[in-house]
Ligand binder design. Structure first.
Ligand code: PRX
Length: 632
């Protein structure tokens, strides 16, 4: 692709073009892809429906754009460098040719097991190359993948399988993480007891632990690919056919399936990847996310591979065997662009610079951050000790729903500013509105972050429930996509994300709906009612604080708290486990019965000097009791 921004003037020029004539702007970028049939119209949209279509009536297959489009120049170049959890185990350097071979072979294996265009396939796998192979094989045959983070519990997995009526599950026997080996297949078995749509399960043998295989349903990956042809024709997809579903938390209890489609997602992830990271041919790029999150989809798999990049995939954790592991890998593969989350930076910062100093890190050209606001202290530590003061730090703001990076510096070209995501990418038209939806013009303003014009990789719907998509994103403010984030535009016009303005908390860069955690807590038979809020946490950014009313009869507080934590573990997974549970005599409520979370947030944050007006509460006396009981 030759649409890389090269100068600051170039950025403003491109941005200007993208706003004055978006269709021409995106058509020029899309022209460098391989379309089986060109589009009739670049974009068709209204935010009322919402109804958004990009590259209308065009036909394509995203994998042809990764493989066939570039095979002549890329064939022997590494596509994926896989670093195993255990540094003593053999790594894998997979060329584009080899990856193409594996994708074709697995695509044929899935077909042989009865999966075809439009079928939903759940991928519940560790960070192994086969997870990427599985995603690309689905895309090759037009099956819709839905990757579920392998840390989710069996009931969270079952909910997702049921919501999209998945026909197949791709998984592994187990998963290596640090010093531990974690069972994976048994979680799938348990989930499948609560579902009825899954016909086949393909299991990759990773840990060689003993697992049970159900006759007629479960097949080993190595058996499935045995004797299938390794040529698989790419399915012709409409630009607006679904590419994948990814479940994410919102302010209501049930996670929603964010739907991304083929054409627009392809164009935008490739474009944003090359520009933000200023990826040049031959560079080695590494994003430390998990493929279970949108960052893994857009910036480990699709964006980099569409750009013909070499993408590193790491199975393990930053602190195994020691806190220098990330930096060892950077030196080992001479990584040029490194992209991680603030929570990882803060966790490593806590070990000091000793684990960093043995490594040169001189291959690094760009460092990046994603998932949550990066505080100034972590920004400076990352910039000085990892970027050695010379690498631009791109703080990239975006969401599962946006599909790709929306606000970010263009590395080395547009300015950076600690804790600011800075400026929108070309094509992204931001607006800030106040609580009444009035646009706040000019600089030095703060309000709700919205987007007023479609961009190619935006969500199209929430799976099986379009009304929910409309209510969540397009109804709060008229004719605008509402992000759910608060934002400040400073005196120079730079954007700083202030965090969520809805009931969503961000724990280690993972989104959690407070209602989702409350629902899980309420499953415990002794719980009467609960309210969950976020509070500032040194490493995780935000921690989870639960205020719970319980029937205490015959129970010790300590045991009950441990049991409630375990219940959440079981229903959602360890990432949703509350950091604090406080048993309370009541919850502060308005006269209409709504819980006043503002008060609970203050107590959880130890900010109790000024509680604001509590006289309108139904039960103001409960506030004192909760304050007294708060042990932080
Ligand atoms: O609140 C914002 C925060 O993460 C939310 C999106 O979460 P998710 O869909 O899980 O996607 C995370 C990875 C793209 C946003 O609404 N967020 C993400 N990136 C940043 C951020 N907050 C501040 N700065 C960021 N760079």
């Amino acid at each position: 692709m030759s649409d890389k921004i090269q100068t600051l003037t170039g950025y403003f020029h491109e941005y200007g073009k993208s706003v004055t004539n978006p269709e021409e702007f995106w058509a020029k970028i899309a022209d460098s892809f391989h379309w089986q049939k060109r589009w009739d119209k670049v974009v068709e949209w209204d935010f009322k429906g919402p109804n958004v279509k990009w590259f209308v009536n065009a036909k394509l297959n995203i994998t042809e754009n990764i493989f066939e489009r570039n095979m002549y120049t890329l064939g022997d170049k590494p596509a994926i460098i896989w670093e195993p959890n255990d540094p003593k185990e053999q790594n894998q350097i997979i060329t584009y040719k080899e990856l193409f071979h594996r994708v074709n072979q697995f695509a044929n294996a899935m077909k042989a097991q009865g999966v075809g265009k439009g079928d939903r396939v759940i991928i519940y796998m560790p960070m192994i190359p086969e997870a990427a192979v599985a995603m690309l094989a689905c895309a090759r045959i037009g099956a819709i993948h839905s990757v579920v983070f392998a840390g989710f519990s069996s009931s969270a997995l079952a909910d997702r399988i049921n919501d999209c009526s998945a026909k197949m599950v791709l998984t592994s026997d187990g998963n290596f993480r640090g010093a531990k080996s974690i069972p994976v297949k048994p979680v799938v078995d348990e989930a499948l007891e609560k579902t009825s749509t899954v016909e086949k399960v393909i299991v990759y043998q990773r840990t060689h632990e003993n697992v049970s295989m159900k006759g007629g349903r479960d097949i080993w990956w190595h058996d499935a690919i045995d004797e299938v042809p390794d040529v698989c024709k790419a399915e012709e997809m409409d630009s607006e056919d679904m590419l994948f579903i990814l479940y994410t938390s919102g302010s209501t209890g049930k996670p929603k399936g964010v739907v991304h489609t083929c054409g627009g997602y392809m164009v935008y992830t490739n474009y944003s990847f090359e520009n933000v990271f200023q990826y040049s041919k031959g560079d080695v790029y590494w994003c430390t996310a998990d493929v279970g999150w949108i960052t893994g989809h857009s910036y480990i798999v699709y964006g980099p591979l569409l750009a013909g990049a070499t993408t590193v995939m790491f199975e393990g954790v930053p602190t195994f065997p020691d806190a220098g592991r990330f930096w060892k890998i950077v030196d080992k593969y001479k990584v040029n662009q490194f992209y991680t989350a603030p929570t990882a930076i803060r966790a490593l910062q806590a070990f000091g610079t000793d684990p960093v100093s043995p490594y040169k890190l001189d291959s690094l050209k760009v460092i990046g951050s994603v998932g949550e606001p990066i505080n100034e202290e972590a920004w400076h530590w990352y910039h000085s000790h990892i970027g050695k003061g010379k690498c631009p730090l791109v703080d990239t703001w975006w969401q599962t729903e946006t599909g790709g990076i929306m606000i970010s510096p263009i590395a080395g070209i547009t300015p950076t500013k600690p804790s600011y995501a800075t400026l929108p990418l070309p094509g992204i038209q931001l607006v800030i509105v106040d609580g009444d939806g009035k646009e706040l013009q000019g600089n030095s303003v703060e309000g709700n972050l919205c987007i007023k014009y479609p961009w190619p990789s935006m969500l199209r719907t929430t799976y099986g429930d379009h009304e929910r998509c409309k209510q969540t994103y397009f109804s709060t403010f008229k004719n605008l996509y509402f992000t759910g984030d608060g934002v400040k535009r400073d005196e120079d016009g730079y954007y700083r994300i202030l965090g969520r303005v809805d009931d969503v908390i961000n724990v280690s860069g993972h989104r959690m709906g407070t209602a989702e955690v409350e629902n899980a807590i309420n499953e415990h038979p002794k719980v009467v009612e609960s309210a969950v809020v976020g509070f500032p946490h040194d490493i995780k950014g935000q921690g989870i604080y639960a205020f719970v009313i319980c029937d205490m009869e015959g129970r010790s507080e300590e045991n009950l708290i441990a049991e409630i934590k375990e219940t959440v573990n079981k229903i959602i997974g360890p990432i949703a486990r509350p950091d604090h549970i406080q048993i309370v005599p009541g919850l502060p409520k308005t006269r209409s019965g709504k819980i006043m979370r503002r008060i609970l947030r203050k107590i959880a944050s130890k900010d109790t000097d000024n509680m604001g007006d509590i006289s309108t509460l139904l039960n103001p006396e409960v506030v004192e009791a909760i304050k007294e009981g708060a042990k932080l």
